[in-house]
Design a protein around this ligand. Sequence first.
Ligand code: SAM
Length: 249
Amino acid sequence: MKFRKAAEQLANIPHISRHSALILYDFLIAQRPADCIELGFAHGAGSGYIAAALDELGAGHLTCVDLETSRDFTPTIEHTLDSLGLAARVSIHREINSYNWFLKKKIEEQTTEGVCTPCYDFVFIDGSKNWTIDGMAFFLADKLLRPGGWILFDDYDWRYADAQAKGKTATDGISIRELSADQIEQPNVAAIFDLLVVGHPDYANFKVQDKSWAWAQKTGRTSADKRLVQHERKSALKSKLKRWTGVGH
Ligand SMILES: C[S@@+](CC[C@H](N)C(=O)[O-])C[C@H]1O[C@@H](n2cnc3c(N)ncnc32)[C@H](O)[C@@H]1O
């Protein structure tokens, strides 16, 4: 399915902007991942764009995981994917506590005689934005990510302090007042990315786009000089130009 067609149908469904969706869609078309996993699907807007790109490629599958509570969302992911006609490209899973328990079961399934065989080419972490939960999700996902595969975090710059300023006392089950002042102030995803992902010897090609999306590729052992992070703001302009000119879509 072309980006434009997916964007028309997904325009009013939170939580992904057309701008970010285009970056994601173009990435998938270029990288051709066979097996993708999205941790945190909400209403299925991001899942819809991923499924549209896989459909356009004519191959690939998306596994996506959220909490049981997402059954009550309007619309549900099932509704979103059905209306796109792309439900067959996606397996939907819900967990009581966390996608980390799903990843535990997947690692178990993939492990023979102590060796875990990776099974994903692209991991999109877009859920809790919490150091403990998503820091753990990174290490679990790493066991399942094939060499050459990519990991993407949303919300690099998101802070509990900003949620608090909007009157929230809890987000995704985390009570903000139970966190320390510096954890509330610091973007937790940035800490995960900068300290755990960039600091991981198997990762390289780090890019942070628009202070929001953080990308890394599992390249195998990389030397210290490859640990540079590219911070990019121009993606906004590039994406707008593509939209205005309709290039590629
Ligand atoms: C920002 S939304 C995801 C948006 C979606 N990826 C998109 O692009 O449209 C975050 C979702 O993560 C889910 N979530 C948060 N913490 C989670 C956890 N520990 N395990 C599973 N899902 C979680 C929430 O229920 C919510 O639906």
